[in-house]
Write a protein that binds this ligand. Structure first.
Ligand SMILES: Nc1ncnc2c1ncn2[C@@H]1O[C@H](COP(=O)(O)OP(=O)(O)OP(=O)(O)O)[C@@H](O)[C@H]1O
Length: 581
């Protein structure tokens, strides 16, 4: 009946709230039984012409109603607490798992899946813990309690009622076999519709430019119509399943009442017993019927828990204890090979050295594997062959903490967070003074702009949406400078910055390289000419290594890159004419 022990074990805090919830529901049932038995006694006495106190009956009824009210409220509070602690515990467990997986998690599971599982999955399980589980236990307890109360009055009626109760889960199970396939199709179409809606909305401008919006509109309408039809099928199935449950529930109650009526006619039970059975028989079935109406919650919960377990069961990298020594941190790659998928090797044996201080550049045509190598060095990618060492220690043995502390990576799409400029900068150095922040901003040529805004308190929107691409990169560079690590990897970190400012920032990078190890990946070869060593990467291999002058003299790969870039940078209609001639 969709009870997952592992899942329940994960959120042990919820257990006590679920138990309390069941206890309150049970207390409300006891109050209801007391009220109905008192009314049954009053009616039987009245009809038998015996003395019956209306006031006492009313008093018991009011007291029972008050108890039921309080218990129902408390049960709702417990339900809320159970779902809240379940949600918190699940999200905490997922987060801890992600932290253990480290930055390389994305090679094992997609970020969208992680987000879906953490947000929507936990949301689904919230109702599983808050509504389904308490109802599951209560719907087992309630018929047994009623059986104990009614058995002394009429054993045969109580047995008939008790036997009919499991027919509800049996009917649910039958509906479920059909519902499972239908729900899988429903969710498939639902997510597909969501995907295309989001894609079309985000690309609306492009669709308008190419006048493809009409066609997309038509396709979305078709998809929406398919989704409407399957939604109707799901609703019909749910309505039908409720009808079946109602038939079983009220049919069962009617059967119990018939047995009681026949026993009354045969003089085997009195008027009180007959009234008691008539009034309480429906209560045998109501909890199980409600459970049946929650079965879609349970199904969604089970589907969500499968996704969560898939994430939690991902193999984790072994805990590492190695620490990078900032004084001896020469980075060496020897015969490094890497592939995202087995059929297509990206790095095919790269040898590279990044000395303790100095500027080393990595250049090559688009797609030759530069960012892949940067990803391996920064620990974002895992699963390489060959050797990468820092200060003689294998990178694979260095703890994530030490790697993050000693290697700073700045990419072309630097991540900024919602908050203020100061908050974004202090991520790198929480105790940095305002002067230090301004100094870093001066170095990346962003200080003047920020002075004209709100200084360090200038708000930063999510992903830095209120800054230009170049300003975002400068801010990310300023943050990286504050981090003050011995190794820097700059992967197209100045790609969005105008040439004049880029030259100023390159001067800064050169200054940085006087005391730090800097690996610079840049498309713009003019940026790397001053590097003490340049590696030219071609199709996953080092095709040349040396200074700019050495490579220009000896490396055909570098010559090609340099010449084609020179031609582009000095492009005029005349050069085109010359090229054509
Ligand atoms: N996550 C990924 N999954 C599969 N293949 C990938 C992935 N990232 C990159 N690749 C492939 O690896 C190859 C190298 O990509 P990489 O980003 O390292 O190149 P690059 O030299 O940095 O290119 P660019 O200069 O254009 O940034 C490309 O052919 C790309 O298609």
């Amino acid at each position: 009946m969709m009870i997952n022990k592992r899942l329940i074990g994960m959120v042990s805090d919820s257990k006590q709230h679920i138990a309390k919830n069941v206890a309150f529901q049970w207390a409300a049932l006891a109050a209801n039984i007391a009220m109905l038995l008192t009314i049954a006694r009053y009616l039987s006495r009245l009809l038998a012409g015996q003395p019956a106190s209306l006031a006492a009956t009313l008093l018991v009824a009011v007291a029972a109603a008050a108890v039921r009210f309080v218990c129902a409220r408390q049960a709702a509070v417990c339900s809320y607490r159970a779902s809240r602690s379940a949600k918190q515990a699940l999200r905490r467990t997922i987060l801890e798992k992600l932290l253990r997986l480290g930055p390389g998690y994305s090679s094992r599971v997609s970020t969208s899946e992680v987000v879906q599982v953490t947000v929507e999955g936990a949301e689904q399980l919230e109702s599983y813990f808050g509504a389904y589980l308490p109802q599951f236990f209560y719907s087992l307890l309630a018929p047994l309690t009623l059986f104990c109360v009614l058995a002394p009055i009429s054993l045969s009626a109580a047995v008939v009622l008790l036997i009919c109760v499991p027919l509800i889960p049996v009917s649910i199970a039958l509906v479920q076999t059909f519902a499972k396939k239908l729900l899988a199709r429903y969710w498939g179409q639902y997510t597909a519709l969501g995907d295309s809606f989001l894609e079309n909305l985000q690309g609306l401008t492009t669709l308008k430019i190419y006048q493809a919006d009409e066609e997309r509109h038509r396709r979305m309408n078709e998809e929406a119509e398919r989704f409407r039809r399957i939604t109707m099928k799901v609703l019909t199935m749910q309505l039908n399943s409720i009808t079946i449950m109602d038939l079983v529930a009220y049919g069962g109650a009617a059967l119990g009442i018939i047995v009681a009526a026949r026993q009354f006619a045969a003089g085997q039970i009195g008027l009180f017993g007959c009234f008691a059975i008539i009034m309480l028989s429906a209560d045998f079935f109501l909890p199980m019927r409600l459970l049946g109406s929650y079965f879609h919650i349970a199904m969604n919960g089970m589907a969500a828990s499968e996704k969560i377990f898939k994430l939690l069961d991902l193999p984790e990298p072994q805990a590492k204890t190695g620490v990078i020594d900032p004084v001896d941190c020469t980075l060496r790659c020897e015969d490094v090979r890497f592939a995202y998928d087995a059929e297509r090797p990206i790095l095919k044996g790269v040898d590279l050295e990044l000395p303790r201080t100095g500027l080393v550049a990595l250049v090559g045509e688009s797609g030759c594997g530069k960012s892949t190598l940067a990803g391996l060095l920064a620990g974002r990618l895992e699963g390489y062959a060959g050797s990468i060492t820092v200060g003689g220690q294998p990178l694979s043995e260095i703890s994530l903490e030490s790697r993050m502390k000693q290697i700073t990576t700045v990419g072309f799409a630097a991540r900024l967070f919602k908050g203020t400029v100061a908050e974004n900068l202090r991520m790198a150095k929480p105790d940095a003074s305002d002067e230090a922040l301004w100094q870093a901003l001066e170095q990346v040529k962003l200080a003047d702009f920020l002075r004209s805004e709100q200084g360090l308190e200038t708000p930063v929107a999510e992903k830095g949406a209120n800054f230009s691409g170049g300003q975002c990169q400068r801010l990310a560079l300023a943050r990286a400078l504050l981090h003050d690590s011995p190794i820097y990897i700059l992967d197209e970190a100045t790609s969005n910055i105008d040439v004049e400012s880029e030259n100023q920032i390159m001067a800064l990078v050169h200054r940085l390289a006087e005391t730090k190890a800097v690996l610079l990946i840049s498309h713009r070869l003019a940026n790397v000419t001053g590097a003490q060593r340049i590696y030219a990467l071609e199709k996953g291999r080092v095709a040349g290594c040396g200074t700019h002058a050495q490579l220009l003299a000896a490396s055909p790969c570098y010559q090609r890159l340099w010449n084609s870039q020179q031609a582009l940078e000095h492009y005029t209609p005349d050069t085109q004419q010359e090229a054509l001639a």
